[in-house]
Design a binder for this molecule. Sequence first.
Ligand code: ZN
Ligand code: ZN
Length: 584
Amino acid sequence: MKRLLLLLFWLVCCSPFSSGTPHTDSDFQSFEAEFLAQLWKAYPTWASSVGYHLYDSLLPAPNDANREKELSFCSRMLSELKQYNPSDLSSSERVNYYIIENQLLYLKWNIEELKEYQWNPALYNVSGVFAEMLSNNYSSIDIRLSNFMLRLDKVPAYYEAAKQSIYNPTLAHTQLAIEQNEGGLTVFTTDLNNAIEQSSLSKNEIIILRNKSQRAVNAIEAYVNWLKKLDNPNPRSNKLGEVLYEQKFKFELQSKFTAKEIFNKAMQQKMATHKKMYEITASLWPKYFGGKIPERRLQAVRMLIDTLSSRHVSANDFQACIERQIPKLTRFIKKKNLIILDPTKPLIVRREPDYMAGVAGASISAPGPYDKSGNTYYNVGSLDGWSIEKSESYLREYNNYVLQILNIHEAIPGHYTQLVHANANPSLIKSIFGNNTMIEGWAVYAERMMLENGYDIDTANKGEASPEMWLMYYKWHLRSICNTILDYGVHTGKMTKEAAMELLMKQAFQEKTEALGKWNRVNVTQTQLCCYFTGFTEIFEFREEYKSLMKDAFHLKKFHEDFLGKGSAPVKYTRQLMLEQKNR
Ligand code: ZN
Ligand code: ZN
């Protein structure tokens, strides 16, 4: 009798979902390792970009046969994944399960539904992966150049396959492909020559390398010319439309919200932010202008923003000023006990290297998932050679107030601090498939959190950020909010260029060049512009939720440590894990 009961119990528990005993975490970790090994084999250039260099000599031609191979890789891995039951796994491994599942479904969806390989000619560009081989010192220059040479052989076939794959491309992506492929040519001339000088290649090897690189340059130029002359009477629209947009948003952002929900929240936040900005402006009006405040509220706000923007550093002092601010931020965080900063992982401020020049004013270069011990750099764009007008406009944009917020966002306690914490998490899956919404959301959250705790230009202030600082913060924050409104409006609705410029210039107080840049970006990307506001909203709302659950036991620093310690996983999963831990 007892035996029969046990047998029945076994049948109920273990079928039909799994055969035999439930899988353990270590079973699943072996699957993860196997999955990654197969992934890098299937996607060798992606592998190089994350610092996995076993396949550096490969460059698959992006043709139908290769896409079939990718699809069968995804299907095979999905069915292997389904052997595991997420509820058998520990909470951290369960999150990895969902991250892998999302990634595989996303890759499949891209080929089968989105069909980006047909309409986006800018997908085809080899310069980035070759540039990385020259600039990143992961192994000796001779080894890197020998893989460089083997990979170069495959460039002509690569671009032939690209031409075969393209069908009715969008005009915006065609233009982008022309510009980016032309821009990348210096990798095979100037950059390669610099690398050759540092190498110990023989004269003969250098001649062979130069010939091969000339063939690659010819292939790229032929592709560019082909695109310029392309007969394309029915170009596809570069607007995704609501259905594809919602799907891409789901895969890309992995948010608990839909795109539509986030759009509605952004619209609300825009109104609320305008209201706060007007209240601050009204309270500061006597101090700066006196007399009667203009009737048109946004105009009054703009006048005060313009006045405050004249407080800025000089072009020559731009980098030095950023360097001076980093220790100030660190001191403030320690004094207020906001988060742990690891002094053994210093942040190196440097002038932006040439190969990334002209992209962004400031950015973080962090070591990849396979090279966690590398240095972290804060790249600061130089204003050398800029016209007086251009640099004045840039310096007004990054005035004394906004420059602080930029440093919070990029460095401390924004991207850099988050990356140090994420690198301490042993999960490769979470760092390779780092969720951009969480990463950008954290940096945007950090801006707000620092001001809430009283950060200001003048750290000698009485513990509260000044109204001027808040006003400029809100102006900066409107950028995230309006990025979302713009992206959703353009891709799912009928937002015209005129309406977009009105939104960005009048309602978000941006300069014309900045607004035009954003318009160009929204025309060649989809959903990425939403990640800032979406991530911020999820983190901020979760913190408030957690605070009200924990009541007196809530500690901001503890919350930040727990949150960042989960790695760069989607916020909805980290929330789940923290709520589970709290209930334990
Ligand atoms: Zn000025
Ligand atoms: Zn960022």
